[in-house]
Design a protein around this ligand. Structure first.
Ligand code: NDP
Ligand code: 8X3
Length: 251
């Protein structure tokens, strides 16, 4: 059996999840990398070494697929020490009266229910071993509502509530639960939000120095390598130019 710790990172095909997989691998973790884009999972595996990465393709909205994939982990990959619930996105940016039902469902299904499905599948492994650390990726949008953010903000407020609830419920199982709440991070996030409109997406990060995915990955690596008695329970991480969800010092 391996003595290396194992981290399962959802949404490891892009942005924060991908950078977290790379950073944790550099810290000596073996990585179960999940996402829908198989090709990208294979590329990550090639980059980090096939012995260090177990690519696991599933859509977090599909609870059977999530359960089957995690239950089917080979014994040497089963002892998940760290779960990074990162997979998620915003879909659209419009007021409540013109919001799109499919967008709303996608955000609630992926950001909230998907996080729950993955957590439910991984928890028995951690509880059995009385050890594990869950990191949920929330957002500043889970702390403050902003104009036209409605359902995305609601999904991240839910992540905030669930992180607090998990910390309470899992304390007697010996598990740590933490939440990372980033401000603006330059990833594919805005491309997804604006449905492939790369020009509009680029304007989000113009005029200031946004966080990079690696900044969040550094933080997560730090959090999961603290001594056993320490839990950084909740961290709000912003670009230096950002003061709130909507106040950004753009030049
Ligand atoms: P990216 O769009 O770069 O990455 C999103 C990741 O989520 C991809 O790996 C994608 O993988 C995965 N994902 C999306 N939908 C699904 C699905 N249905 N099933 C499985 N995986 C899915 O965005 P970020 O890296 O920025 O976002 C990561 C997290 O950080 C999200 O939870 C986001 O809300 C949060 N966040 C982002 C901020 C930002 O400014 N960028 C700020 C605060 C929080 P694939 O498409 O291959 O399935
Ligand atoms: C992503 C950050 O401000 O676009 O969660 O909602 S924001």
């Amino acid at each position: 059996m391996t003595t290396q710790k194992i981290a399962l990172v959802t949404g490891a095909t892009s942005g924060i999840g991908r950078a977290t997989a790379v950073s944790l691998a550099q810290q000596g973790f073996k990585i179960i990398a999940t996402g829908r884009r198989t090709q990208r999972l294979q590329e990550l595996s090639q980059q980090l070494g096939q012995e260090n990465v177990y690519p696991l393709e599933f859509d977090v909205r599909d609870k059977e697929a999530v359960q089957t994939a995690i239950a089917g982990l080979p014994p040497e990959w089963r002892s998940v020490d760290v779960l990074v619930n990162n997979a998620g996105n915003a879909h659209g940016l419009s007021n409540i009266q013109s919001g799109d039902l499919d967008d709303w469902e996608a955000m609630l299904d992926i950001n909230v229910k998907g996080l729950l499905y993955v957590t439910k599948a991984v928890l028995p492994i951690m509880i059995e071993r009385k050890s594990g650390h869950i990191i949920n990726i929330g957002s500043i949008a889970g702390k403050e509502v902003y104009a036209n953010g409605n359902v995305y903000c609601a999904s991240k407020f839910a992540v905030d509530a669930l992180s607090k609830a998990m910390r309470i419920d899992l304390i007697h199982e010996g598990l740590k639960v933490s939440e990372v709440n980033p401000g603006a991070v330059e990833t594919e996030f805005s491309e997804v939000r604006f449905k492939g409109d790369t020009q509009r997406a680029a304007t989000v990060y113009q005029g200031f120095e946004a966080l990079q995915a690696e900044d969040i990955a550094d933080l997560i690596s730090f959090m999961v390598t603290r001594p056993k008695h320490v839990n950084l329970a909740e961290v709000l991480i912003l670009p230096a130019a950002q003061a709130s969800a909507t106040i950004i010092n753009k030049q």
